[in-house]
Unconditional design. Structure first.
Length: 205
């Protein structure tokens, strides 16, 4: 079972992925984690991607696809959730050539909810747990519930940055909705409230 998560930044993909991993045993593959891992690897692909990022350019679909193919080949599991990939129809077509996607979960969310979720987001630098000053406060203000670390705000978690990211999502990723809908594997859920109903639905896949 391979599930692809689609949704705007802040729609809850990371939270949902974490629950799928911890409670249902899914292997969670996110492009963010993949890039961080490959940049530290010292491999030829890692050095190539690092040089592009250092120059301020965007990593091409070809290199992103190569990275995902490499990660998938190293995973020996029957339950995988992809978060942040594919981002474009071209990437989706490549993914189809190397793996069978079973379900695509679209978390549909309004822009004003996204802005609150991201601008209010706080993260534990140690265990990467996510909190929110509006929706999911820690038990002790600004401290991680799990390890007591002081929470941090990522530098791109501000309203101006969020609006730009939403524009990119609209132009690049929304065409994926039509792509997967035509293949009858897209399932759409309301992401404006709790992630719990979505998690419960996925348990029945």
């Amino acid at each position: 079972m391979i599930i692809v998560l689609l949704g705007a930044p802040g729609s809850g993909k990371g939270t949902l992925s974490s629950r799928l991993k911890n409670e249902l045993g899914y292997v969670h593959l996110s492009t963010g984690d993949m890039f961080r891992k490959i940049l530290k690897s010292g491999t030829e692909l890692g050095n190539k991607i690092n040089a592009i990022i250092q120059s301020g350019k965007l990593v091409s679909d070809d290199l992103t696809n190569e990275l995902v193919k490499q990660e998938l080949s190293n995973v020996h599991a029957d339950k995988i959730v992809l978060d942040g990939y594919p981002r474009t129809v071209e990437q989706a077509q490549f993914l189809d050539s190397i793996a069978k996607v079973d379900k695509v979960v679209l978390i549909d969310i309004e822009n004003d909810v996204v802005i609150k979720r991201i601008s209010g987001r706080r993260m534990c630098p140690k265990c990467n747990s996510i909190y929110n000053i509006y929706f999911n406060q820690p038990k002790v203000e600004n401290k991680c519930d799990l390890d007591g670390e002081t929470l941090i705000t990522r530098k791109d978690d501000n309203e101006e940055s969020v609006i730009k990211r939403l524009a990119v999502y609209d132009s690049q990723t929304k065409p994926l909705i039509d792509y997967y809908d035509r293949r009858h594997i897209l399932v759409k859920y309301d992401g404006n409230k709790s992630i719990d109903p979505i998690f419960e639905a996925i348990k029945k896949f």
